[in-house]
Design a protein around this ligand. Structure first.
Ligand SMILES: [Zn+2]
Ligand SMILES: [Zn+2]
Length: 380
């Protein structure tokens, strides 16, 4: 930090006559906003340091007076002293527990989330499918129903926290002195202790089980979508929320179709005679096949739209994309005698130069270029 340093009062967003209470409030607000565990912006870490530095100075009456009189010059670089990162603070939980009385520990008191990948075919993704997933997860113990005590034995109040589940201790931190409230180490915050641990789960309240659950994959789901299924993660035990289950969806490629938004695209071949004269071709759709018109004079690359034959919009019943059929006009690579004759006639009718005398030989090329080949073996 050099000459472009921002004013400390500006950093905290307070007036120059702010009371220590105002400063503290402003600092907490700013620190919360820029704490790198929370704010993923590139400059969050720098802003957080800046906020800390400002508060360090302004919360210390002596240094504040110095700063008020001389500005940043009066600090002689000492303001940033002792701040090299976040190691000293512990995680987000630590510092904000001190501020808010432990609310951020709640997240740790949930069962673990589980993640799975399910791969489905293109068509199953289009119309939705139910899949069975076999999970190996922690579940609430059936014997003790998660309360950890052997059935018929007593559960007593925790002697450490007297049933409160929390213990208070005073902690000196970088920010000053805080009353910290943490979960009771004896009962892990439950406020209770068992006299005899459940024999099945050894007093853990949970046991690992293999469980099959049905996952409904919605119609229209796209590759890479992550489905969230609440409460189907691991059990955290009695009185604790289950974790969640995340299912990542992989959609396989299809031989015929590709997807663009909710439309499906395909190509269909059209014989050049049909392209010129018009006709009907049969094309595949996501559900069976359908006849489509080929208009007379169709060019290669023309696109025919089949309304509402595409992919259902995910979560919007009754709405579907379209199917787009790109027509590819095919020139025959093999002709029988009759076809050759007809095409030659056709070519003549278009006034095109006759390129072959007879089919099946290279004779024609001599006709075409006979001037060039004069005297070099032409038999005309
Ligand atoms: Zn048990
Ligand atoms: Zn306790």
């Amino acid at each position: 930090m050099t000459t472009s340093k921002r004013d400390y009062y500006e950093v905290l967003g307070v007036a120059r006559d702010a009371t220590p209470e105002d400063l503290k409030k402003a600092f907490r607000k700013q620190a919360l906003q820029y704490h790198p565990d929370r704010n993923k912006a590139a400059d969050a870490s720098d802003r957080f340091k800046e906020v800390n530095e400002a508060y360090q100075v302004l919360s210390d009456p002596q240094r504040k007076a110095q700063y008020d009189q001389f500005g940043h010059k009066g600090m002689n670089g000492q303001a940033g002293r002792g701040f090299d990162g976040f190691e000293g603070f512990g995680g987000f939980g630590d510092i904000f527990d001190s501020f808010f009385g432990g609310s951020s520990h709640q997240a740790a008191n949930r069962g673990a989330d589980l993640e799975f990948q399910i791969n489905v075919s293109f068509r199953d993704a289009a119309f939705g499918v139910a899949r069975e997933l076999e999970l190996n997860r922690m579940e609430r113990c059936e014997r003790c129903d998660g309360n950890k005590a052997e059935p018929g034995t007593d559960i007593i109040e925790c002697s450490t926290c007297h049933g409160e589940g929390k213990v208070r201790r005073t902690q000196r931190t970088f920010f000053g002195q805080f009353q910290q409230v943490t979960a009771c180490p004896t009962c892990q915050g439950e406020g209770q202790q068992v006299k005899t641990a459940c024999k099945l789960c050894s007093g853990r309240g949970t046991e690992r089980k293999s469980r099959k659950i049905e996952v409904k994959i919605p119609a229209g789901v796209e590759h890479g979508v992550k489905l969230l299924i609440h409460g189907e993660g691991e059990s955290g035990g009695s009185g604790v929320q289950n974790g969640d289950l995340y299912v990542h969806i992989g959609v396989q490629r299809d031989k015929v179709f590709t997807r663009r938004g909710n439309d499906v695209m395909m190509t269909a071949e059209v014989n050049m005679a049909m392209a010129a004269l018009g006709g009907i071709i049969n094309v595949e759709t996501l559900e069976g096949s359908i006849d489509i018109d080929v208009k007379p004079g169709t060019q290669s690359g023309a696109v025919t739209r089949i309304k509402s034959a595409g992919i259902p919009h995910m979560g919007t019943a009754g709405q579907r994309g379209d199917q787009l059929v790109e027509l590819k006009v095919m020139t025959p690579s093999k002709l029988n005698d009759r076809q050759t004759e007809l095409l030659q006639e056709l070519a003549e009718s278009f006034g095109l130069e006759r390129v072959r005398e007879t089919s099946g030989s290279d004779q024609g090329i001599f006709d075409r270029f006979k001037d060039a080949f004069r005297g070099e073996g032409s038999n005309s």
